[in-house]
Design a protein around this ligand. Sequence first.
Ligand code: SF4
Ligand code: SF4
Length: 323
Amino acid sequence: MSKTYRVYVPVKEGENRYYKKVRDKGLEGACIGEIRPVQSIKSFFFPARTKVSEYFSEKTSDKKSRPVAIMGAKACDLASLKVMDYVYMQDSFKDPFYVARRQEGLIISSDCTSFGETCFCVSLGLLPYPTEDFDINLSEVGSGYVVEIGSDKGQKLIKDYSKLFQSADLYIDKKEAARKKLKLELEAHVKAKAIPSKELIQELFKKKFDSDLWEETAKTCVECGACNVICPACHCFVLKDQKVGEGFERLRMWDSCLLMSFSRVAGGANPRKLLASRLRNRFDKKFNFFPDVIGKFGCTGCGRCTEACAGKIDIREVLSKLS
Ligand code: SF4
Ligand code: SF4
């Protein structure tokens, strides 16, 4: 597979998992099950820094590299692709860099076999195992995997390596039982967090729009932007031109809506001067704007922002305070 793709696999280091590139000798510590890695899959399709033009042409001299194959992607990260695809693959506003990476890439997802303290996907109507948006899904059963095909690309791969597979009929019940057990455990875990039901979140947010919740919550925010960059569904960027030799190149880089500079416009005016209004805007986008435009939250309950926040802001607590 690594002849066709640059293959990335989650590797366990200490308590966490990180995507690492598979080199010729394979990878020690590869971890297909468990929970989502520290990084989300967004950077494979929307890198933190992309050269989008150079000199005065939209054509860049970036070398064409092999497409990416991501292994062990979890359901929460697959769900975030609905948001990213809406932003970068809509009919009239397609981003050619994102579209190429999405169309050429391969996603081999896998069921979660445990959950993290900050995980709350089930509160937002998601499941801890993939049901769509993968090419192949792996469900760990004993020492092997039940394989599910999700696309023509996945079908072809299985056909090409058919010698590696056998009938999974005997393991389907085990797979379903493992999925059900984990879902129940995760539901019990999030119950204590008192997150409002997913049907009520948008309405509650609207009611709390002018409350002091945002000022209270923003008190510990240090404007580091970690919540944005770690989030699989945050997608804002800034363009930066820089001189290279006698010419220049234009870079597209991740931006953060929590930063003062994010909403500053020409002439120095800033419609969101207050940190509390920027923090509220982040929740507005995720729990009000995206439900309106795609019928889904702009948050997948992966819990990464809670782990990354220097100000100890827990997104589950903020949601619980909506009611
Ligand atoms: S807002 Fe937080 S919990 Fe929701 S998808 Fe982004 S990082 Fe995950
Ligand atoms: S991670 Fe926490 S402290 Fe940093 S910008 Fe986000 S909310 Fe603020």
